[in-house]
Ligand binder design. Structure first.
Ligand code: PRX
Length: 631
């Protein structure tokens, strides 16, 4: 159960073992979990197909490992602390036994509504305890959950529902976010106009509105759980049965459904959680992510609960009612491990130190960051003002596809260097490849970040399109999983992630494909074509810069911009709003019709003097116009 490495020397030993004898290494870890039937083999894999199986033919249910197995020893220990958006409202605390009962009751409700093993359930909810309960209840009965972040639009949700051919949506009437309330059920209703697969919608009463309820389709959460038993036998799952689908953006227009499975995901999220955060039994751990993203799945819900930890879930935003909210919550609940995104740190930095200095923060032991590279200035601010120079910062690099943290410090055990994620976790074998796809063995180098051996929580497929998984991750460099990131390795072997090398933009730690945003912009009637690139943004890390071609240059550019932004909000959601929209008469294209994004990127970055070779362009004049009109 205790999977923690206790010193850096032990890390070095374990790392060596994990490479030399992978089966022994993972076998010792996997053994500590509850299996209904033991696995027959640790791992079968080939990166060509790809065909990856962990804990082969083992039978288990991840929720028995999150809940049931803790009941004897930790039944009265807090599993979940929920902090509401409004600090004046009461917080909620559930012990492991209470959470177990709530999950079981809701699992029984799902069954009563006709949901069975293998069905897909889309969850579109606020950051409230019922979201965690819904996720675990699906896993309990073997339904595949697909959480859609509650900031996505009706259009984006409909795409995901249709791709997953989901049977049910679980949602709420609305959500609280800072000073605002957002009508979720209305968005669901709109999405469902174009979805045929949904039979039932369960609605949690979160903000006390009276949304439209469709007869025979929609049911209130409280009615659904009425009279349900507080025990529900867990469905026995195969290690490789699907646990969830989580949609994420890539370099093509359509988000893909990354698939994770019961056995491997369980072992790796628990192992990485315990080692990276080094929680003691009585610690309070808080990850500020949303359960709508992989960070919330792995490190609010599964990793902490599998480990018997106390996990905090926060409904609100860092700046409401003021920019001290995070720190107030840390003091209020005595948070020991605090895990957030560089964007949040940079946003709070902009409000000055006073908000942090008003709180003691003396419970903090470990700080974490995730989602995007952290710049040195933000790292130092976090280290000095939040961590008081006594808390290590774990800069955790990983992805939706990796399921768990891959490269990171381990609590205070590892050497730390600002803006460096550091060393790989045991079991993870990163390599840097050069342009030709050859491994660069030395240190003090830079290359494409790939992984050369599977780990238990590697994605297994992209839902209903296995070939897309092969092409995206396993075809660039034969025999390797390609991350899409570029990285440096310093003289000591520590990794520093530079950022994406594909057409993916990382805005506030959220991934968008340039093609996905272009498709959204092109859905506006006045647009003929567009090209989107990222540019450095002080708070968001990257911002979205769109070059847009219309039939004729719009006379009222501000109105045209507002309309295009509105279309993007409709198609994807507010999180994908382009920051800058430049109207142009044409895009720089090669003779084969390919847009030369390198040029557009340089202009957006304010480096028009470093465009490089433009001789292969069909119409080089277009570049002068673009430079002159740059925003
Ligand atoms: O570019 C890397 C960046 O986020 C990408 C993964 O995004 P997503 O699947 O949405 O998952 C985010 C949360 C795990 C990566 O390809 N990224 C993630 N963590 C870091 C990072 N870049 C630099 N440093 C990190 N710690």
């Amino acid at each position: 159960m205790d999977l923690r490495i206790k010193s850096f020397e032990e890390y070095t030993e374990k790392y060596a073992l994990s490479v030399e004898n992978t089966d022994q290494f993972w076998g010792e870890i996997a053994e500590t979990f509850t299996w209904n039937k033991p696995y027959e083999k640790i791992c079968n894999w080939d990166f060509e197909t790809p065909d990856i199986k962990w804990f082969v033919n083992g039978k288990l249910n991840i929720t028995e490992n999150c809940l049931d197995r803790h009941l004897a020893k930790r039944g009265n220990k807090l599993a979940l602390i929920w902090e509401p958006n409004d600090p004046k409202e009461r917080f909620v605390r559930y012990t492991y036994r209470e959470l177990y009962e709530k999950v079981c009751a809701f699992a029984n409700a799902l069954k009563a509504q006709g949901i069975k093993k293998g069905d897909r359930v889309v969850i579109y909810m606020p950051m409230i305890p019922e979201l965690t309960i819904a996720v675990l209840a699906c896993a309990r009965i073997g339904a595949i959950h697909s959480v859609v972040f509650a900031g996505f639009s009706a259009h984006a949700m409909a795409d995901r529902i249709n791709d997953a051919q989901a049977n049910m949506v679980i949602t709420a009437d609305g959500l609280n976010r800072g000073a605002k309330q957002v009508p979720l059920k209305r968005v669901v209703d709109e999405a469902l106009r174009t979805c045929n697969s949904i039979e039932k919608v369960i609605v949690y009463d979160c903000v006390g509105w009276s949304p439209n309820m469709v007869d025979g389709r929609d049911i209130w959460w409280n009615d659904a759980i009425e009279g349900m038993a507080k025990d529900c036998p867990a469905e026995v799952m195969d290690s490789e049965d699907m646990l969830f689908i989580l949609y994420t953006s890539g370099s093509t227009g359509k988000p893909k459904g990354v698939v994770h499975t019961h056995g491997g995901y369980m072992v790796y999220t628990a192992y990485s959680f315990q080692n990276v955060f080094q929680c003691d039994e009585s610690d309070i751990y808080w990850c500020t992510a949303d359960v709508g993203w992989i960070t919330g799945h792995s490190y609010i819900v599964y990793g902490p609960l599998l480990s018997g930890a106390t996990t905090v879930m926060f409904e609100g935003v860092p700046t409401y009612p003021d920019a001290g909210r995070f720190w107030q919550v840390c003091d209020k609940h005595g948070v020991n491990q605090f895990y957030t995104a560089p964007t949040a740190i940079r946003a709070l930095m902009a409000y000055g130190e006073d908000h942090v200095l008003s709180y003691s923060l003396d419970s903090l032991k470990v700080l974490g960051t995730v989602g995007e590279p952290i710049n040195e200035e933000a790292w130092k601010w976090y280290h000095i003002h939040v961590g008081k120079e006594r808390c290590p910062i774990v800069d955790t690099w990983w992805q939706t596809e990796t399921g768990g943290i891959m490269i990171s410090g381990l609590g205070d055990l590892s050497p730390m260097r600002p803006a460096h994620a550091g060393f790989p976790l045991p079991g993870i074998q990163p390599v840097l490849l050069d342009q030709e796809g050859k491994e660069i063995k030395e240190n003090k180098v830079e290359g494409y970040l790939c992984i050369k051996h599977p780990w238990p929580s590697i994605l297994r497929t992209t839902y209903r399109d296995h070939d897309r998984c092969r092409v995206t991750y396993f075809s660039h460099y034969k025999g390797y999983y390609f991350t899409g990131d570029g990285a440096k390795r310093d003289e000591n072997g520590m990794y520093r992630i530079i950022g994406r090398v594909d057409d993916v933009i990382n805005v506030s730690g959220h991934r968008f494909g340039t093609a996905e945003i272009e498709n959204a912009i092109n859905a506006n009637g006045i647009v003929i074509e567009s090209a989107v690139v990222g540019y450095p943004h002080e708070i968001k890390g990257q911002g979205i810069y769109a070059y847009v071609v219309c039939e004729s240059l719009p006379e009222d550019r501000e109105t045209a911009r507002a309309e295009i932004v509105e279309t993007v909000v409709e198609q994807i959601g507010k999180i994908a709003k382009p920051e800058k929209i430049q109207f142009v008469t044409g895009l720089p294209k090669t003779r084969s019709g390919k847009i030369m994004r390198r040029i557009l990127r340089k202009v957006a970055e304010g480096e028009s003097d470093k465009l490089g070779d433009t001789s292969t362009l069909v119409d080089p004049d277009v570049v002068d116009e673009i430079i002159k009109g740059a925003l």
